[in-house]
Design a protein around this ligand. Structure first.
Ligand SMILES: *[C@@H]1O[C@H](CO)[C@@H](O)[C@H](O)[C@H]1NC(C)=O
Ligand SMILES: *[C@@H]1O[C@H](CO)[C@@H](O)[C@H](O)[C@H]1NC(C)=O
Ligand SMILES: *[C@@H]1O[C@H](CO)[C@@H](O)[C@H](O)[C@H]1NC(C)=O
Length: 273
């Protein structure tokens, strides 16, 4: 039996890896392997009496993980709470540390053919004066799976409605939006270069969008694109981002070899809890 602290550590590193290579089942594996989905779900939505500080902190992360891999009960509860929140921004059913979960849940259901959730989340963005809430929303919208919505959202990031230092929060898009984000970066590169100049922020565009890739081919494509645009102010970031892609690619290769592991995780994923 793993101790609680060890479980959390495993969960944490699984999470990092998933973010790096955008692999949902690996995240599930981390959760299942590090304890069990049931155990994590006992954290629930509402604080329990006498619970530790860690439980409170983890609650949002665990719920966000559950909605990201489509856990239906959690999605429905998120939806319910979001609609209460839309009517009353001070409702106790949606404290700040659970809002990300709910925004991410709403964005999972958004597509070009039904964008109502996106419009509602944007409305919250426009109506709040709190910059922390705005950045939380930008990061959540990026989890949308619909490439067309992601494209529209990336353009929104460059609009006057988003402070330039906040743009980076919206750049870590979902796996399904990665290719869109890369194409968008190339299309808008001259504009971004002109707007952000040689400052620190421009490097964040590269690291956020490029580092998520996980194939050697993509790494080469990125290198080629920037070969004719190489400037000292992006060189280091570019090199680090490419290294990251190589590491991700190696991971993906080694995981693909572990066929039985993938099968076991898939089976767990389809089990009903
Ligand atoms: C997602 O959309 C479907 C169909 O539009 C709906 O039945 C379901 O309740 C929605 N889920 C959430 C979490 O909004
Ligand atoms: C669009 O999505 C919302 C939220 O998920 C849902 O309540 C609504 O029924 C959907 N509309 C259509 C036309 O499917
Ligand atoms: C940014 O624009 C300047 C001026 O047009 C140009 O000299 C420079 O090479 C561009 N940098 C990148 C990285 O594209």
């Amino acid at each position: 039996m793993l101790r609680e602290s060890e479980r959390r550590q495993i969960y944490g590193s699984g999470m990092d890896l998933c973010v790096a290579i955008g692999c949902d089942w690996l995240l599930l594996f981390a959760v299942v392997g590090g304890g069990s989905v049931c155990c994590w779900m006992t954290l629930g939505w509402d604080p329990k009496q006498g619970e530790g500080h860690l439980d409170a902190m983890l609650r949002g992360e665990v719920l966000t993980a559950l909605v990201s891999f489509g856990h239906e009960t959690t999605l429905n509860e998120a939806n319910r709470r979001f609609h209460i929140f839309l009517e009353d921004r001070n409702t106790p059913v949606l404290p700040p540390d659970l809002r990300k979960t709910v925004y991410v849940a709403i964005m999972q259901n958004v597509s070009k053919s039904n964008r109502s959730g996106y419009d509602s989340v944007l409305r919250v963005y426009r109506e709040t004066d709190l910059s922390q809430e705005k950045t939380r929303i930008l990061g959540s919208i990026a989890s949308c799976r619909d490439p067309e919505i992601i494209h529209e959202f990336l353009n929104f990031l460059l609009s006057s409605e988003v402070r330039s230092q906040d743009v980076v929060f919206g750049l870590s898009v979902s796996r399904d939006g990665r290719e869109t984000a890369w194409n968008w970066l190339k299309e808008n590169w001259d504009h971004i270069n002109r707007t952000y100049g040689s400052g620190f922020l421009i490097t964040r565009f590269i690291s956020s969008i490029v580092s998520q890739f996980s194939s050697y081919e993509k790494a080469e494509e990125v290198e080629q694109y920037f070969a004719s645009r190489m400037e000292s102010y992006i060189a280091r970031t570019l090199k680090q981002s490419i290294e990251r892609v190589h590491i991700n690619a190696k991971w993906v290769q080694s995981i693909q070899k572990e066929k039985h592991l993938a099968d076991a995780v898939k089976e767990l994923a389809y089990r009903k809890y």
